[in-house]
Design a binder for this molecule. Sequence first.
Ligand code: ASP
Ligand code: MG
Length: 399
Amino acid sequence: MRIVMKFGGSSLASSSRIDNAARLIAARREGGDEVVAVVSAQGDCTDELLEKSRQVSAHPAPRELDALLSSGEQIAMALVALRLQELNCPAVSLAGWQAGICTDSRHGAARITGVDTGRILAELKKGRVVVAAGFQGIDPEGDITTIGRGGSDTSAVALAAALQADLCQIYTDVSGVYSADPHLVQEAVRHDEISYDEMLEMSTLGAQVLHNRSVLLARDCGVRLEVRNSFQPECGTRVGGERCVSAVSGVTCDSDVAMMTVTGVDDGAATCRLFSALARSGVSIDVIIRSPGTAEKRGVVSFSLGGDSIHRARAALEEHRGEIGYNCLLVEPEMAKVSAVGAGMQGSCGVASRMLEALREANIEPRYITTGEIRISVVLPRPQAAEAVRRVHAAFFGA
Ligand code: ASP
Ligand code: MG
């Protein structure tokens, strides 16, 4: 069969880990499979490259930043290919542009627009393992792009879809998808399978195990996806399987959340002007709470947003203050969003009350609560987030 095997940064962080990954790849090829490996940069390489750029430039140009950041994956792909050759496994490394990964031109957040599979298919036909650099592509001008932090999962799924691979395996440092981050909650349980929709919510709401766009793409293209531990490859989680039987399948935490509160926004028209100013500046908003003005009290609008959008949001609101017509702007940067996710909560009641009860017992007072079809989220101060995850997890899975 044809298989895509993606290795994350921690799975490639040293030469012995590269050897470990290369042996897993070589074993698949020995077994008769056609293998395309997709690699991330080693360990913290991408963060270190970012830091280097800051040392020479306060506002690095996105095009040059992509040229720099993409080099991390190119080091990893060459090292993996070299190790494979050392193990007598024929292999060739291909950077994003060589592998035919085409993107739009949004540097740092490019979208994959198509994959020209000619070169990869030719290499597979020669009996070689292809080691492709994840996280990068080439835009219509011929410039190198990157597709967003954590994006090499998405590169792997895009390649699997384009190559009509039978399976896409994501090798990482945990043994699959858990009911909570096993680094944070010892009692977390591993799922043998989970539905695309549950995985999509979990990765959107802070589960680090898969990039959320990779799950969306896998669902839309029907890619068979598996998460495995590169140091214990026997077990893992099949994504795209049956949904979990319990009401809640996972508890996640997004710890990069901020809240903004704008006072003196009395009517619907002012509220519209406020969100239109934010939209125009490219800020995306999550939870919105509005209490309209009355004769006694002025109206208040609060909303949550990603911590990395604070500056843009503040600048947009200050710039358009006259036009929007508000009183005062309050920013709370150190917030987190803790969510319980589960397809099983559709049609079962009492999930929200159980979650809130668990927080109450720990004297954790959520500031905002929102629900979706298969999730309940609370926004609370960041220092309480880890305890909140443990308490909510214990309420649904036992301590
Ligand atoms: N190396 C990139 C990052 O650290 C891409 C990835 O790991 O998926 O974000
Ligand atoms: Mg990752």
